[in-house]
Design a protein around this ligand. Structure first.
Ligand SMILES: [Fe+2]
Ligand SMILES: [Fe+2]
Length: 253
């Protein structure tokens, strides 16, 4: 019987087995399934619960992920949710060495938080939105802009089109037209240089032997990131739900 099970039957069987073993059921958000190229319907939660009457869909903390404090700080997200952040630490360290103002060090430290914690595509826009209520307006602007400006050289600061983009996207790749249009707007903006500075310090390893620690930037964060008292996700800000999505990424509703 097992031999003739299709892949999707096998997946269903595995899911049912998991549901029997666990007392919670994970129904992934549509965005996660689409990222797997899966346009099928979501698993039927009711049916899964019939197979294991003790199981419930996930509405509380996700037992598979580290527990978060009740009032999570930015540091907690780095520790318990974000992926490896060496690139951001190196970028921030590079900015320190270049004597950039502290808020730009923070901008470098946070420029890719969407990539390491939330959504990759349009990570500059998402990242800017995540931090907007908590940082200087120019920092938000620069984080949004860096993703766009990365595609465009600027000889005045020695910034060239990244070799890694040629390798990753192909030599013929051209940015989407909305990026092109945003570039034209950003090029003439009063904060252009702030966004550009992130691209200059957006380096992958200026010294592979240097491994800065997040704690090194704790004071910079403390002085430049308005940590909400109630914790990120619970401060009733316009982006609180986005932070909650990282705390409980598989919450059913
Ligand atoms: Fe980036
Ligand atoms: Fe980056």
């Amino acid at each position: 019987m097992n031999d003739i099970m299709t892949l999707s039957q096998k997946a269903d069987a595995l899911e049912a087995k998991m549901a029997r073993e666990l007392d919670y059921i994970v129904i992934k958000s549509r965005l996660y399934s689409m990222a797997e190229g899966d346009l099928g319907p979501a698993p039927n939660a009711g049916e899964l619960m019939r197979k294991n009457p003790n199981a419930r869909v996930l509405m509380g903390d996700d037992p598979r992920l580290p527990a978060m404090p009740d009032k999570p700080t930015l540091m907690d997200f780095f520790k318990y949710r974000f992926g490896p952040c060496m690139h951001l630490l190196q970028s921030a360290r590079h900015a320190v060495r270049a004597d950039l103002p502290e808020k730009m060090v923070l901008a470098c430290l946070l420029h890719d938080i969407s990539t390491i914690g939330f959504i990759r595509g349009d990570h500059g826009y998402w990242g800017a939105q995540l931090v907007e209520p908590y940082v200087d307006e120019e920092v938000t602007w620069a984080i949004r802009a860096h993703q766009v400006l990365r595609f465009y050289p600027d000889e005045s600061v020695g910034y060239e089109y990244p070799q890694s983009y040629i390798t990753s996207f192909g030599a013929e790749y051209r940015p989407d037209s909305y990026i092109e249009e945003d570039y034209k707007r950003m090029r003439n903006h009063k904060w252009y240089m702030a966004g550009r500075q992130i691209t200059v310090h957006d380096i992958y390893s200026f010294d592979p032997n240097v491994h800065p620690e997040l704690e090194e930037f704790e004071d910079v964060i403390g002085r430049n990131f308005k940590q909400p008292e109630q914790g990120l996700g619970f401060d009733n800000s316009p982006v609180a739900h986005m932070w909650r999505a990282m705390i409980r990424p598989a919450k059913y509703l």
